[in-house]
Design a binder for this molecule. Structure first.
Ligand code: SF4
Length: 95
């Protein structure tokens, strides 16, 4: 799949642009949006320059999407077998 086709897979819902916590290998979404997410349009305000303005924003690759960072119903993970879906709006249970 070329870059243009890869980009078109995204439905621009913006859900993956919320902060996440990796706790013991499981991804937990928080309710804190990225500072550059436009909450009205659900689009990134600095998309072409996001890697420079927010170094923690990692471009999606076929390998990365298998790791459980995206919501289970995101189209990028639709064909991933045994996808390790994240916990949405959750927090790790304290012990
Ligand atoms: S969750 Fe998936 S469809 Fe929604 S913005 Fe993120 S990559 Fe795109």
């Amino acid at each position: 799949m070329n870059d243009e086709a890869w980009e078109k897979v995204c439905e621009r819902c913006g859900r993956c642009c919320y902060e996440k916590v990796d706790f013991q290998g499981k991804i937990y979404y928080t309710q804190v949006p990225c500072e550059y997410l436009d909450l009205q349009t659900c689009l990134c305000k600095v998309y072409p320059d996001r890697a420079r303005q927010r170094p923690g924003c990692v471009p999606l690759t076929p390998e990365l999407v298998k790791r459980g960072y995206l919501p289970a119903d995101c189209p990028y993970v639709a064909d991933v077998e045994e996808y390790p879906e994240p916990v949405m709006d959750g927090e790790p249970e304290s012990e």
